[in-house]
Design a protein around this ligand. Structure first.
Ligand SMILES: [Zn+2]
Length: 277
């Protein structure tokens, strides 16, 4: 049995002024990382669930965080709401302008992404499920057939009427060439990013693969996710019911910390190479 090690939140770490207390927290973080690495080493069927925290060190802000899009532009949430998007051409025009400048176009994978490629190469990664839409796991080198992007990807575009799909880069070229709200070239319908908007359903096949993998794994590692977005967060109780161990790597407290074998609070791009390399 691996000892449960929790180190408090990064927020409290930032607030700590006395060096002795900070040193103690850093020691606890090292201890938690070591316990997590031992658990990874002894596991054979590993499922990983990632969220926004994996990509922040690639320069992609969590859109709910202090520097996030939704915080800076209160209207921005409407760009990802299917009801607003379909009803209002002005929302679509502004959404296309935002897509032109999405940080995903210039972001590169960080050592956290690279460590998950190493895990795949070790032959023990059953499935990588991500809530991120930036496509950075595949860009880092994970096999696309072993990655489920449950909230879709901004790297593809989709027609809401005929389900045409194509590269987002091609549609963004049309926006740059002067089409403020490019329509589907097949049927004339509304085009959006191939991401799951508020008011849209997640792909049932994606969910089936994710939950099947969670039920079969011997270790579930949740990284950079608040575990508060459902149904994906239900992968955790699914895995635990099947007897899997649980590692959580996240800056903030999650609802499943008490159920985890190890909780690590440290920097994701520093911690993951120690777990998976
Ligand atoms: Zn169409």
């Amino acid at each position: 049995m691996v000892d449960r090690v929790s180190t408090g939140t990064n927020r409290s770490l930032d607030a700590v002024q006395q060096p002795c207390v900070r040193d103690r927290l850093e020691r606890m973080d090292l201890e938690a990382t070591g316990s997590a690495a031992a658990l990874v080493d002894s596991s054979r069927r590993i499922v990983v669930l990632t969220g926004a925290g994996v990509s922040t060190d690639s320069g992609i802000p969590d859109f709910r965080g202090p520097d996030g899009l939704w915080t800076r532009d209160p209207d921005a949430e409407k760009y990802s709401s299917i009801a607003y998007y379909l009803a209002d051409p002005e929302i679509r025009r502004r959404a296309w302008q935002h897509r032109l400048t999405n940080p995903a176009w210039t972001a590169t994978p960080n050592p956290g992404h690279d460590a998950l490629v190493d895990l795949e190469r070790s032959g023990r990664l059953e499935l990588l499920v991500t809530q991120n839409i930036d496509g950075l796991h595949v860009r880092a080198g994970n096999d696309p057939s072993g990655v489920v992007e449950v909230h879709g990807t901004i790297r593809s575009a989709r027609c809401v009427s005929c389900d045409w799909r194509g590269p987002m880069a091609d549609v963004l070229d049309r926006v740059r060439a002067g089409e403020p709200d490019p329509s589907c070239e097949v049927c004339g319908g509304v085009v959006k990013s191939a991401t799951v908007f508020f008011g849209e359903s997640l792909d049932p096949e994606d969910l089936r693969r994710s939950f099947d993998a969670a039920a079969r794994c011997d270790l579930l590692v949740c990284i950079g996710t608040s575990l508060q977005v459902y149904p994906v967060a239900d992968m955790v109780p699914t895995a635990l019911r099947s007897g899997a161990r649980l590692i959580i790597v996240n800056a903030e407290v999650t609802p499943y910390d008490d159920a985890a074998d190890v909780v690590v609070r440290g920097s994701i791009s520093e911690v993951l190479p120690k777990l998976f390399a």
